[in-house]
Design a protein around this ligand. Structure first.
Ligand code: 9MR
Length: 882
């Protein structure tokens, strides 16, 4: 339940590096000459700073690389590579690391421990990684079957901040295994500490502040006296002035800071800035309608990351379209008929569908469960909270292919994942029937970039766990009550799966996922499921009202324990009781008034703590983990605390909860020690190189950056990945973040972080009073009119560009509500798949100028009704229809 010390992170191979490294090393091998006489040892070298990253392989394999013929993996804490037989030269099989820093004239000590399955001689080199591949050190080392430590010293002849260490292990007749450990190269000078570019010291929410909301900022300065601040209006004139408050030293960033507050300003506009001591902030807006797009973007994240379905350009634009992943089409091995890990089960399951977890292609029930629960909770809030508006989440409003099917789009998105979760249940008649497999993922880690449909790796089911089983019990129960009005059969299926899972969990209450089951996918290990039992009992009780669930709740040690249910660091995948408490506190259920009051008191007690944390934080953030230890996914801790604050506000109307929630939003969008907006596409300085296999623009410019509305994991003091270890050593906790695709421990994106973002964006959008406006006044308007006759119809459509920029090319998509079929068309090329229709430009009308329109029409047949569609998307973005 607590955030335990993190397990070593997954080893990830960087397949691109394998390729380039092979070439460089091949040539290097040809030109590298033995170093001749040993260089004089330099006593200082051994004490110098370490130049090798992850030399003990405690962080997995990265940034080590190997030639493709010598697959390597971490086994028992060592890196072991299978070297093939029959290569001709030592450099035909290499294990290496790039980016080694050498300084001319400095002494270095290279040491490592090695053993092999047979005695062999290998060559160890430190050399240039590019032509002319000059070597600084080259030795022949005789490796035996017993581990031995080798130590060499040398003095660098030239400066090189990107040298290469290579163990050249080829040229042998027999295949063998070579294992390395404790690789170290010390000497030279300490790499200068990474200086993040934090831009202006005046920190604000780079998107904007709600008109009636709090408006706070932070100023980084050594000054010990208050300083005057000026709020500059969009036209540059001063809109308000005041003085800062000296906060002092911020323990999360080790910065000395002041705070400032301009809440009293309620004049709306875009392009405000704040200036203090000659320094000016990033621009921001004041307004009511600032977060409609964030709500839909945060939810689009789930469609983008669907498995087993083509991602349609008509919904997301060409840039983000991609073929379906993991349906069994080569090179995919597919999720349609997946075996277990060896020895785990004797059946295979069809587990197509669901959402990819994150930057990897794994699909995990633990984590996938809380994510879909929070997506459903985003919808459920619109049924229970006074000011919440369901319209922006309704049918035809989000980027999902099921638009127009009569079910709210947000539920369509949830159904995609719920269906997958149910497929993970152990079938009747099998051992552990009713339990749920913890996860399914690649047998080994794949490299970046890699689109889902190109993943060649074998997929495996991992053992069932009690935690996964309870994730299905909880989400299946929530599904049953929310889908009842729209799809009773699906609701029934969910409830059966949930109750079966609950009974199976009671029968097997302590089956835990293993922490070391982290090859090819994350472990999501959890050896305390008291919280999952509480969450599942709560959801089942809310849905069914049955007394056994009530008894389970009331008997749980967690009932009434606000501190554990709502920890300072936030509800998370390993601590889920809070999700149950929030449902009990907000959704009508059969608890007595006294019992309900107790649950609501847990929520407000938790929220009081978060509000106090926000009030006393230098950056106004409602997140204060123990010892300021920001953990992996800290931004989701912030977001989950914001959800609790939002519920407390819904329950009480107390504005202190709202204000603390908005403080969290400010933090995530730029009012933070790094001046970073952690949400792609929002703010001037947004994260855009998050760790993700197909949004990998940083590695391959032909691929896109993450889609707008993707929230990065955020500062993580444990810096478990090599990029963070290389760049962030010694960082203050709230600054242990880097927007680099290689930093999966600080900069990954995942469904369980975007789910609370969607909840929060929805809450804030409702707060701004913009709930009923279209999420994207996507600069277009569609006119659609039809004439009907028996069996057929003619429709005429105009698309008007209401914006200030030309739209070119354009593509209009919609879904028919019934069986209409387009037969012929004019002014546009129209294609139809099932109910989905796409209109493409004719040869002469590919551009819609600002203020201009294009018109087209078509005839069609229809068996019964021929209802005109009302929801349209122009190039993937919702467009006003009518
Ligand atoms: O979010 C998870 C975090 O709490 C754990 O500390 C970390 C290491 O086990 O794993 C995180 O989850 C990752 C998962 O293991 C694999 N997919 C990507 C997830 C986000 O980084």
């Amino acid at each position: 339940m607590r955030h335990l010390p993190h397990t070593p992170p997954p080893a990830r191979r960087r397949s691109r590096l394998v390729g380039t490294a092979v070439m460089g090393a091949l040539i290097a091998g040809l030109v590298a000459a033995p170093s001749g006489a040993a260089e004089p040892p330099d006593a200082r070298a051994a004490e110098g700073p370490e130049q090798i990253v992850n030399g003990d392989f405690s962080a997995g394999t990265a940034p080590w690389w190997w030639t493709a013929n010598s697959p390597a993996a971490v086994t028992d804490g060592e890196l072991c590579a299978d070297i093939p037989a029959g290569t001709s030269d030592p450099w035909d099989a290499i294990i290496g690391q790039d980016g080694v820093d050498l300084l001319a004239g400095e002494g270095y000590e290279l040491s490592f421990t090695a053993h092999a399955s047979v005695p062999v001689a290998i060559r160890t080199s430190v050399q240039m990684a590019v032509e002319p591949y000059t070597s600084e050190h080259l030795s022949t080392d005789r490796i035996t079957t017993e581990p031995q430590t080798f130590t060499h010293t040398f003095t660098a002849k030239a400066d090189n901040d990107a040298a290469q260490l290579g163990f050249q292990a080829g040229g042998h007749d027999r295949a063998y295994t070579l294992c390395l450990d404790d690789v170290s190269l010390t000497g030279g000078t300490e790499a200068p500490p990474h200086q993040p570019d934090t831009g202006s010291p005046v920190r604000v929410n780079q998107v904007g502040y709600l008109t009636e909301g709090p408006k706070g900022g932070t100023f980084v300065t050594e000054a010990t006296q208050p300083l005057p601040w000026t709020l500059n209006a969009p036209d540059g004139s001063p809109a308000a002035t005041g003085t800062t408050k000296v906060f002092g030293q911020d323990p999360t960033s080790r910065q000395h800071v002041h705070t400032f507050d301009f809440s009293r300003v309620t004049r709306t506009g875009e392009g405000y800035t704040v200036t203090i001591a000659g320094k000016t902030s990033e621009p921001f807006a004041i307004g009511d309608d600032l977060y409609a797009r964030l709500r839909t973007d945060a939810l689009a994240y789930f469609y983008h990351n669907r498995s087993g379905i083509e991602i349609d350009a008509g919904l997301v634009g060409e840039k983000y379209a991609r073929p379906a992943g993991h349906l069994g089409k080569a090179p995919n091995q597919g999720d349609g008929d997946v075996p277990c890990q060896p020895g785990v089960c004797d059946y295979r399951l069809d587990v197509r569908g669901g959402w990819y977890d994150a930057g990897d292609h794994g699909k995990y029930v633990v984590n996938g469960g809380i994510s879909v629960a929070q997506v459903m909770a985003t919808y459920e809030r619109t049924l229970t909270a006074g000011n919440a508006d369901g319209a922006p989440l309704g049918d035809g409003r989000l980027r999902v292919p099921e638009r127009g099917n009569g079910t709210p789009d947000i539920l369509d998105e949830a159904a995609w994942q719920l269906d997958f979760l149910m497929k993970m249940q152990v079938p009747a008649g099998k051992t552990l029937a009713g339990m749920v497999h913890h996860k399914i993922h690649d047998a080994e880690w794949t490299g970046l970039p890699l689109l889902p449909h190109q993943d060649p790796m074998k997929r495996e089911l991992h053992p069932p766990s009690t935690a996964a089983t309870l994730n299905l019990a909880a989400t299946g129960a929530q599904c049953a009550r929310l889908f009842r009005p729209y799809d009773a059969a699906f609701a029934d299926r969910c409830l059966t799966a949930a109750t079966t899972a609950w009974r199976a969990a009671l029968a097997h209450p302590a089956v835990y996922a293993r922490a070391d089951d982290n090859v090819g996918g994350g472990a999501y290990e959890d050896a305390d499921v008291t919280d999952e039992f509480y969450w599942a009992a709560a959801e089942l009780f809310v849905t069914t009202g049955q007394d056994d669930y009530r008894r389970h709740l009331l008997d749980s040690p967690l009932h009434g324990d606000a501190g554990t249910v709502f920890p300072r660091g936030g509800v998370w995948w390993g601590g889920t009781a809070g999700l149950g408490a929030l449902s009990l506190a907000t959704v009508d259920n059969g608890l007595t008034d006294a019992q309900l009051a107790q649950v609501r008191a847990m929520v407000t007690t938790g929220a009081d703590r978060y509000a106090e944390d926000a009030r006393t934080a230098a950056y106004g953030v409602p997140y204060a983990p123990e010892d300021n230890h920001y953990v992996w996914g800290s931004n989701s801790g912030v977001l989950n605390n914001m959800v609790v604050l939002g519920v407390a506000h819904d329950l009480t109307g107390n504005t202190k909860y709202r204000d603390a929630l908005l403080g969290g939003l400010d933090y995530l969008l730029g009012r933070n020690p790094l001046n970073q907006s952690y949400v792609t596409g929002y703010g001037e300085r947004d994260s855009r190189n998050q760790h993700h296999r197909h949004w990998a623009h940083q590695l391959d410019p032909s691929l896109p950056n993450p889609a707008p509305g993707s929230v990065a994991g955020g500062p993580n003091a444990d810096i478990q990945d090599p990029v963070a270890q290389d760049k962030l050593k010694g960082c203050a906790p709230a600054m242990c973040y880097i927007d680099d695709i290689g930093s999966w421990a600080t900069n990954e994106i995942t469904i369980n972080w975007n789910a609370p973002l969607a909840w929060v964006a929805s809450f804030v959008d409702d707060l701004g009073g913009s709930g009923t406006t279209d999420p994207d006044p996507a600069a277009c308007r569609v006119g659609y009119a039809s004439d009907r006759w028996n069996g057929g119809f003619t429709s005429r459509v105009t698309v008007t560009n209401t914006g200030t920029e030309a739209i070119s090319p354009w593509k209009l998509t919609w879904a028919f509500a019934d069986d209409q079929r387009v037969t012929d068309h004019w002014g546009s090329r129209i294609t139809q798949t099932g109910r989905e229709v796409t209109a493409h430009p004719a040869s002469w009308n590919g551009t819609i100028p600002p203020g201009g329109s294009v018109a087209f029409g078509f005839n069609g047949t229809s068996g019964g009704g021929a209802a005109d569609p009302t929801a349209f998307a122009l190039n993937g973005a919702p467009c006003t229809g009518g």
